[in-house]
Write a protein of this length. Structure first.
Length: 203
């Protein structure tokens, strides 16, 4: 559950840190309003537009709610003073738009299809490393794609783990395997050069 105080449209009369904070607040609110507007327009549009939730940290936090994985309640506070009539009018228009917006849950892709597509990645990685290793000395090693496939299948198993977390663990594993391979190749090449140097020295 998230409880966020969205503040309000702040006047840009400050300086220094206060001005920077005001700009951040206004930018976050503008991005949040854009996301609500896009959601509302997607209800009737044939071509669906992408939500600009990446444009702000605030909307990035709200991403699960934008795709229908939760419930959202917006509480709007208005000032009855006539001095703030412009801000009050804008806020009421936004609240009316948000009230009309219906978020349809986005179904996640089938797990089987996702696992198959992700397993293809290590195969291409292994083939690329093997191609780069052609013509090298016997000290050079290549990636064992079968080992990567087996490990990636273990990582992608477990239905309780969210998809984005699976992807992060998967690519962390692939990155670690690639780094280990490069380190082994560098070590083997260094040993090879040392052996050649010793042979030349002895002769």
């Amino acid at each position: 559950m998230y409880i966020c105080d969205l503040a309000g449209n702040e006047p840009s009369t400050g300086t220094g840190k206060q001005l920077a904070e005001t700009c951040n607040i206004n930018t976050s609110l503008m991005t949040f309003k854009d996301c609500i507007r896009v959601l509302n327009e997607n209800q009737t549009a044939k071509k669906q537009m992408l939500l600009p939730y990446r444009n702000s940290v605030l909307t990035s936090i709200f991403r699960p709610f934008f795709i229908g994985r939760g419930r959202t309640i917006i509480c709007c506070n208005v000032n009855p003073c006539a001095t703030f009539i412009s801000q009050t009018n804008d806020l009421l228009k936004f609240s009316a738009l948000a009230q009309k917006t219906i978020i349809v849950p986005v179904e996640p892709p089938q797990k089987k299809v996702m696992v198959e597509s992700k397993i293809k990645g290590p195969k291409r990685l292994g083939q690329g490393v093997r191609g780069a290793a052609i013509g090298k000395k016997k000290h050079h090693q290549t990636v064992d794609s079968d080992d990567i496939e087996e490990q990636s299948a273990i990582i992608l198993d477990g239905s309780a783990v969210p998809t984005d977390i699976q992807s992060i663990h998967y690519w962390k594993y692939c990155t670690k395997k690639a780094i280990d391979l490069l380190q082994k190749q560098a070590s083997n090449r260094r040993l090879h050069f040392i052996e050649r140097h010793q042979e030349r020295t002895n002769t």
